[in-house]
Design a binder for this molecule. Structure first.
Ligand SMILES: Nc1ncnc2c1ncn2[C@@H]1O[C@H](COP(=O)(O)OP(=O)(O)OP(=O)(O)O)[C@@H](O)[C@H]1O
Ligand SMILES: [Mg+2]
Length: 262
């Protein structure tokens, strides 16, 4: 891991020799096999690898949705369960999963209601979060009145409503057209910079992994394991046009070569 301005700050995520096995009537699958990872606070790590290499499993372990078969997980300096209970973790899924009978703003408010809490001073309000993701003026629209990209923006605003220190994103833009995806990639980087949250982001797109990440974690399949952690040394602020630069093209070529061995 490259040293950061935070120096020796406690990592936001530490995975130490994580192994996850699933046993079904068809046998046992080793979804992750001895995976190590350290993510600095405020870091942005993208996970890239073939289908079935354990990307979603890794996110679920960090979110304390599944327990590893062996190895240790530390999230925000403590147990993953503590981070989850404190609502320090936001999760964005591939499908926006909004409640159709609630407006955009009511969907963003949902975690506050479920948690029995309410917007706290210093935290961005649901309205401000909708503005942050480019949806000012759409507060009262229902999900069926929004495009796929707009629904994903609502789900990002919803994941940010508890001001999470850690945002886990599992192929959030996978179902979108390329132009919308490019735009949301740029917006996500802006949101990341404005909120200072740590992000772990799963994607199948080499371009997306390279464009967003400060580091790209390449995983190989069967069993799921770390192939390489690639630092991304591209200048900020990143804009889509940067994908035409030589440094970016070379990075993508490297990621593609490694992926072929995964
Ligand atoms: N709950 C489960 N029960 C049994 N097997 C599972 C379970 N969840 C995942 N697996 C298996 O673990 C492996 C890793 O699955 P995972 O969903 O983490 O892969 P992935 O990298 O996210 O794939 P994709 O890119 O297709 O989303 C797969 O072989 C999958 O079949
Ligand atoms: Mg997955």
């Amino acid at each position: 891991m490259a040293p950061t301005a935070a120096g020796d700050a406690t990592p936001a995520i530490t995975l130490d020799r994580i192994t996850v096995r699933f046993t079904t009537e068809r046998g046992t699958v080793t979804a992750l096999d001895g995976v190590d990872l350290s993510v600095q606070p405020g870091g942005f790590v993208t996970l890239l690898g073939p289908s079935g290499c354990g990307k979603s499993t890794l996110l679920r372990v960090v979110a304390d949705l599944i327990a590893p078969s062996s190895g240790s997980v530390r999230v925000l300096g403590g147990d993953a369960s503590v981070a989850r209970e404190r609502r320090d973790i936001g999760f964005v899924f591939q499908d926006a999963a909004l409640l159709p009978w609630r407006t955009a703003q009511q969907n963003v408010e949902l975690p506050l209601e479920v948690g029995g809490g309410r917007a706290q001073p210093g935290k961005r309000s649901p309205r401000e979060l909708l503005e942050l993701v480019g949806l000012a003026g759409w507060e009262n629209a229902y999900p069926h009145e929004l495009s796929g990209g707009m629904r994903q923006r609502v789900s990002i605003a919803r994941a940010l409503v508890n001001d999470p220190k850690l945002l886990l994103m599992d192929e959030p833009f996978g179902a979108l057209d390329e132009i919308t995806r490019d735009r949301l990639n740029e917006e996500l980087l802006r949101v990341w910079e404005e909120t200072g949250t740590t992000i772990l982001f799963v994607t199948h797109s080499i371009y997306e992994a390279a464009f967003l990440g400060q580091e790209v974690l390449l995983l190989a399949a069967r069993p799921g394991r770390v192939r390489e952690l690639v630092p991304v040394d591209l200048p900020a602020p990143r804009q889509i046009a940067m994908r035409e630069t030589r440094a970016f093209v070379e990075l993508v070529a490297h990621l593609r070569r490694v992926l072929e061995t995964c």
